[in-house]
Ligand binder design. Sequence first.
Ligand code: FAD
Length: 431
Amino acid sequence: MSAPLFPLDPSLWHATARPAPVYAPLDGDAVADVAIVGAGFAGSTAALELATAGVRVILLEAREPGWGGSGRNGGQVIPGLKYDPDEMEAKYGAEAGRALVAFAGSTADAVFDRIARLDLAVPHARKGWIQGAHDAASVATVERRCAQWQKRGVVGARVLDRAAAAAEIGSDTYFGGWFDPRGGAVQPLDYVRELARAAAAAGATVHGSTPVTDVVRQGDAWRVVTASGATVRANKVLICTNAYTGSLLPPAGRTVVTPNSYQVATEPLPADVAATILKGGRVSSDTRRLLAYFRLDHTGRLLMGGRGPSRQPTSAADWAHLERAARRMFPQIGDARIDYRWCGHVSVTTDHLPHIHEPEPGLVVNIGCQGRGVGLETAMGAALARYVTTGDARVLPFPILPMRPIPFHFLQEFYVAAAVQWYRFLDRVAA
Ligand SMILES: Cc1cc2nc3c(=O)[nH]c(=O)nc-3n(C[C@H](O)[C@H](O)[C@H](O)COP(=O)(O)OP(=O)(O)OC[C@H]3O[C@@H](n4cnc5c(N)ncnc54)[C@H](O)[C@@H]3O)c2cc1C
């Protein structure tokens, strides 16, 4: 197996998750109706749904379920996409647009409904998401966003003026904001591990430490080849490797850029301090292009996430900007110790929407989580499962698109670095 890009171990989630089953590597030559590559939220949910429907499914994971973005993220479950409902309806037309708005609005339900229905052992709280307006101009953005979701029946969505945002968040950083009651928090590594466990309990075969090296057409079916030489013959293959797709399917990998997102977590805060931050267990991120995202975990640690170097981190200094941001925004945390620092890749498409590709019939690629994938990729996994069982593309929330590699993709590190500088400049100029 190839060396990890970077270890999962330093993450808060890895340190606090329940012990996970060890899934044995694939051995020999297996047969399935559907083979799935990548055990994050998307692949694990697809495996769970397929197995529950009685489909023979094999889930292949290079390392362990949750090794990718799904075990490293902020655990903020936020519905919606980059575009607001009116924009989605304008972009896709009334009927398809309305369906997409309904899908985008349901992605947090996809998480919390599964946790409840399957009784998954996941620390979670559904107390809502606050999006802070980072400058005066963004106040209009959050007001518009809130009004559009209110119009579509989101009961309890409300605009926060500057004082209300400060009181709710526990920081006077923002010019205002809006509250979305659909959002919430999970321990993401526990969540993805529970999805994989539930998939196995429903009849899926799950293999860890099984990097897939090739997927080749074999008559009417596909042959999935792994690093050890073991194979799966399957009628259909779902590629759910998202930001980590590049080496398996380079043409798909070239359709996205994969910036690195960084996080820190403090030691558990004294109860009276924790009580001042995001009261009631809400989660929060802001309207910046290079957004800041933060929350408390279930033990009262403050987590702060945001941009960081595209290259792999080399020392704690690569997280220093997040530590400064946490202390600037929340002076009440004083000199609270930073216990964890970690990062992971997100995949971003040129139109900021998730992409589904089917370069050949029966080979389906899911890519482009846009950094908001806890709900989205759970819902995408379920939709992909419906698609491979029915063959009806109308069950998918997005059209199947041709793969269009980003020109000069090999320069992506430079693109990302340049975009970060430019967005940082815009965020400052506008503030
Ligand atoms: C630091 C960070 C913070 C984030 N914060 C949030 C947040 O708060 N809220 C939110 O909604 N989203 C957040 N996201 C985004 C979210 O984590 C992702 O969108 C989501 O996890 C993607 O899920 P996935 O199943 O599509 O892919 P992944 O979870 O990345 O899973 C892909 C899997 O494929 C495996 N794989 C890759 N190649 C192969 C191969 N050749 N063979 C076999 N297996 C392979 C990998 O090991 C990996 O486990 C964050 C992401 C990061 C990195």
